[in-house]
Design a protein around this ligand. Structure first.
Ligand code: IPD
Length: 288
């Protein structure tokens, strides 16, 4: 047992605690007249005042509960730590859904160990994760080596324990329900559309829910067979990837690479292999 293994239960509890507090602020504090506060990579890539407020709360609480750890978040500057552990947070993953009042958004909180100066999915080890979806009434938690659970809310309360998660058994690609997502830049979307035209005739169907962190948890819960997306940022990927892998998914990139922004593919090994092969043949990771 490594010293990190011994720390994992405590880290899961911190992830859960801060994700629930952040989710309460986002869910109960959402103004009826919520508007776009700023845009990022394109006019379609929006930030609301609540993304900023929720990330501020996450950073304040993590500094109280885990002083010395670093923070990498979607809406703020990187904070370097002294412990080798970094919290990778997305205050609202699925901001477009949140803006429109659709329920598929989540607070995504993970903690990773990485010796690199800036934690990177190519080199990090994710130790603990919580993906909290208050509007959907579901919370997902995972600890490295401890499995993943789905906590179904009862009257708005999140129970301490839930159902242990397992991905669906592998099936042929033709019988697979595949979740995916799209980036915000027009050029990226054009190449993602091209790949989709190759994939759609070869699978059961496609789902685009709007929160990559939740997509990975939906896969872990056995509600889709596969997930893939190009362009995920570290905070979109960190927590969901641990929930998925602890539920038995293989989470990878293409051409033998780990999952990262170039490509993330998740699913039971047999089916994921077939999707990886199709995406490689379609050059889904080509420059766009
Ligand atoms: C987005 C969501 C979406 C995915 C995009 C992400 P955001 O995150 O996860 O499902 O397709 O690639 O950027 O911007 O809502 O935090």
């Amino acid at each position: 047992m490594t010293s990190d293994d011994a720390l994992v239960p405590e880290l899961v509890e911190v992830a859960r605690t801060v994700a629930l507090e952040a989710g309460r602020l986002a869910h109960e504090g959402r103004p009826d007249d919520l508007a776009v506060a700023a845009t990022k990579s394109s006019p379609q890539d929006v930030v609301t005042e609540m993304d900023v407020a929720v990330e501020r709360l996450l950073r304040r609480r993590l500094a109280e509960l885990r002083p010395g750890d670093g923070v990498l978040g979607e809406e703020g500057d990187d904070v370097a730590g002294s412990t080798g552990l970094t919290w990778v947070v997305d205050p609202i993953d699925g901001t477009t859904n949140y803006l429109y009042g659709l329920p598929a958004w989540s607070v995504s909180v993970a903690v990773v160990r990485d010796d690199a100066p800036r934690p990177d999915p190519l080199t990090w080890t994710v130790l603990a994760a919580c993906v909290h979806a208050p509007a959907e009434g579901r919370t997902f938690v995972a600890g490295r080596g401890l499995g993943a659970q789905e906590l179904v809310h009862r009257d708005g309360d999140v129970p301490a324990h839930g159902r242990r998660l397992r991905v669906r058994p592998a099936v042929p690609l033709a019988d697979s329900l595949v979740a995916t997502g799209f980036g915000y830049r027009a050029g990226r979307r054009a190449s993602q559309a091209r790949v989709l035209t190759e994939l759609l005739p070869r699978v059961r169907d496609i789902r685009r829910a709007g929160s990559a962190a939740l997509d990975l948890c939906t896969l872990a819960a056995g509600r889709v067979d596969l997930f893939y997306e190009r362009g995920l940022q570290p905070w979109d990927l960190a927590a969901g990837s641990l929930v998925a892998s602890e539920a038995g998914a293989r989470v990878s990139g293409l051409r033998g690479r780990p999952a990262d922004s170039a490509m993330t593919v998740a699913g039971p090994a047999g089916t994921a292999d077939a999707l990886v092969a199709l995406l490689e043949a379609a050059e889904a990771d080509a420059e766009d």
